[in-house]
Ligand binder design. Structure first.
Ligand SMILES: *Cc1c(COP(=O)(O)O)cnc(C)c1O
Length: 432
């Protein structure tokens, strides 16, 4: 073992660091990235890697956008942090105003946390305590079986149960799962929702229009509207988890902008700071907030994190939202939506694919797997490594390749990604 001073960056990493969602045994060393520049991540050897997944769906304007970087720097030397209980600061207020302007009109309060998972935890706790504060025991949550809401305990409990959650299931609270209303199963799912609603149901939580981690599965606005209407009629709160879909990923600022009115609670994170700082937001309608305002101290919402409302993260989010409001960004987003829809169409009938789908800025290609399951198990890794060798970062979800780029991507760069994907699919087809 070389002494720590002489070790390479990667050796030191392997010695010290435990990476997320990574089985160290048998896996390749991580790639050391020294710089980010727009669409590109630049590694130790100077390779420019296309970030076609927006670094876990966070990057909005591309890496190291100078305006966001400047606002972060200014904030870091003005006010780095302040406890958010009993104190406030201009960037939190600016951000709350900006978000409330963008959100559906029924939202009126912004609660800050740290990331998508904590935004979801806050939403669940708000919903359950909303009923508790009114003297009602309603503590059951309805969720989609295939959903992903995060990796903390509450968020895990309401998400897909499988290999990733196996070790913890005995510790989860009970959840009423229904199938997601994917095309063809709408009626069945509406029926399931109706049957799942009980007198002690607190809330229904959903990823609107797009189940991201489940493989970029898409469903219609019409069925979501019906589901939300059913909940409203039954007095069940609705929680939209827009951690992925927020900030124009689906074409509109929020996926629930497509509904007649907003949900009662909404969770935001990922794109909120443009992919620069960790920040979670749970926004709620006035009636939710009102249930916590009381002479009775026990009706307080007892939740907070050390970095709640962090000024640097809020400054980054404000800068991101300012950029998103420009004609230039909106033009790029609508152009990206148009191109992504075209590419989905281009691939729709490819013989290696079961199908192609598009929602806003996201396109997903589902590879045929047949019943060769051992091949299927390694397909994801094969695809990942193949494209990394081409300096394109794609992180397939099983047999589903998706392209979810920052909005700064050009038509040519997108074309380059899809040309490489097409070559790969053609090879796959001739091999099988
Ligand atoms: C990523 C994601 C989360 C969890 O967010 P983290 O920031 O990773 O904790 C929650 N919900 C959805 C829909 C997500 O895509």
């Amino acid at each position: 073992m070389p002494s720590i001073r002489n070790m390479s960056l990667l050796q030191k990493d392997i010695q010290n660091i435990w990476h997320p969602f990574t089985q160290t045994y048998g896996s390749e060393a991580p790639v050391a990235i020294l710089k980010g520049e727009g669409l590109y991540l630049i590694d130790e050897e100077g390779n420019r890697i296309i970030d076609a997944v927006s670094s876990w769906w966070t990057s909005i304007h591309g890496h190291c956008h100078p305006y966001i970087a400047q606002k972060i720097a200014e904030q870091a030397s003005t006010l780095d942090h302040v406890i958010f209980a009993g104190f406030t600061h201009p960037k939190a207020v600016d951000l709350s105003q900006h978000l409330l302007r963008l959100l559906p009109a029924n939202f009126s309060k912004i609660f800050f946390s740290d990331d998508g998972s904590t935004a979801v935890e806050v939403a669940i706790k708000m919903a359950v305590q909303y009923w508790h504060n009114q003297g009602q025991t309603k503590n059951r949550i309805i969720a989609f079986k295939e959903a992903y809401h995060g990796d903390t305990f509450g968020a895990m409990a309401i998400g897909e149960r499988g290999a990733f959650t196996k070790a913890f299931e005995s510790l989860f609270f009970e959840v009423d799962f229904i199938d997601a209303p994917l095309p063809g199963s709408e009626e069945r799912c509406l029926q399931q929702l109706q049957e799942a609603m009980r007198s002690d149901t607190a809330a229904f939580i959903f990823e609107p229009l797009l189940l991201g981690t489940a493989g970029m599965q898409m469903y219609s606005v019409e069925v979501l509207q019906k589901m939300v209407d059913l909940c409203k009629a039954a007095g069940v709160l609705t929680i939209a988890d827009e951690v992925l879909t927020g900030f124009y990923r689906t074409g509109k600022c929020f996926a629930t902008n497509n509904l007649k009115s907003g949900s009662d609670i909404i969770c935001l994170s990922k794109g909120i700071t443009g992919g620069t700082m960790a920040l979670g937001v749970t926004a709620c309608a006035q009636h939710i907030y009102d249930a916590f305002v009381s002479e009775d101290k026990f009706k307080t919402f007892f939740h907070g994190h050390s970095y709640t409302g962090n000024p640097i993260a809020c400054a980054a989010a404000c800068a991101n939202l300012e950029l998103l409001a420009t004609a230039d960004s909106l033009q790029k987003i609508s152009e990206l939506c148009r191109l992504q829809a075209q590419w989905a169409q281009h691939f729709a009938a490819h013989p290696a694919l079961r199908g192609a789908r598009n929602l806003g800025t996201i396109t997903a290609l589902e590879i045929k797997t047949g019943d060769n399951t051992s091949y299927f198990n390694t397909l994801r890794d094969t695809i990942y490594q193949h494209f990394m060798r081409k300096n394109i970062l794609l992180r397939p979800l099983g047999n589903i390749i998706y392209v979810l780029p920052p909005y700064c991507i050009t038509a040519d760069e997108l074309q380059h990604i899809y040309s490489e994907i097409e070559l790969f699919l053609n090879q796959l087809h001739t091999k099988s």
